[in-house]
Ligand binder design. Sequence first.
Ligand code: XBP
Ligand code: MG
Length: 231
Amino acid sequence: NLKALIFDVDGTLAQTERDGHRVAFNLAFAEAGLEWYWSESLYGELLAVAGGKERIRFYLQQYHRDFTEDLDHLIPRLHQAKTEHYRQLLSSGKITLRLGVKRLIEEAYQEGIRLAIATTSALPNALALLEKNLDQTWFEVIAAGDIVPAKKPAPDIYHYVLDQMNLAAENCLVFEDSCHGLMAATQAGLKTVVTVNDYTINQDFSRATLVINHLGEPEEPFKIIQGEVSN
Ligand code: XBP
Ligand code: MG
C-alpha cells in the first residue's frame, strides 16, 4: 500500500538542465573570466557526473588537465555564483513544471499521500523551483545537495528520506528521469517510475517499474516506453 511519493527535481519536475543549470554554469564561468563554455552536447556528456561541484571537477579532469588554480578554493566559489545565476533564471519564470507534475502532486496531497524530494542539486535550487511552481509546505522532507556526502547514483539520499519519514521502501514510489537517479532509488529498494527526457532517453532503465515519456494530462496522455500499467 502506497504511503508516499518521492520526487527527483532536475529533469523530473522540470527540464532544468539545458536551459537552467547549463546556462548558469556558463554565466559563472564568464563572470570569473574563464574561457570555458558548456554547449548543449558537451553538457549531455558532463551529466555523467551528478552534482554541480563534482561536474566542474570532472570537466577539468577531462578537458583542462593543465589548469593550475587551487580547485578546492575555485570550485566552491564558482558553484556559489552558479547557484545565484540559477536562482535568477528560475525567478524569471522561464522554466516551468513538466506535463502532469502539478496534477499528480496535487492529487496525491489531497488523497493524503505523503510527499518528499530527493535531489542532488543544491537546496536553494530546489526551493527556487518549488517556490515558483508548487506549495513547498506539501513536501514533508526536502533532501538536497550535500545533505548526504555520497550523491546519486549512491542510494544515500533515498535512505535519508526514508529515515526522516520513518517509512519502509515498499510503501513508497519514486519518480526519476535518469539512470543515476534510478540506480540510487532501486539500490535503496524503491520502486521507480522514470519519465525520460532528451538527455536521458537512451539510458538503461531496465530496473524501472515503468518508463514513460511524461506524466501526462487528460488531454495529452503519457506513452509507455517500458513496462505496463494496470487500471
Ligand atoms: C541533478 C544534478 C545536479 C544539477 C546541478 O541530478 O545532477 O548536479 O545538474 O545542481 P538529479 P547543483 O536530478 O539526479 O538530482 O549545481 O546544485 O549541484
Ligand atoms: Mg534528475
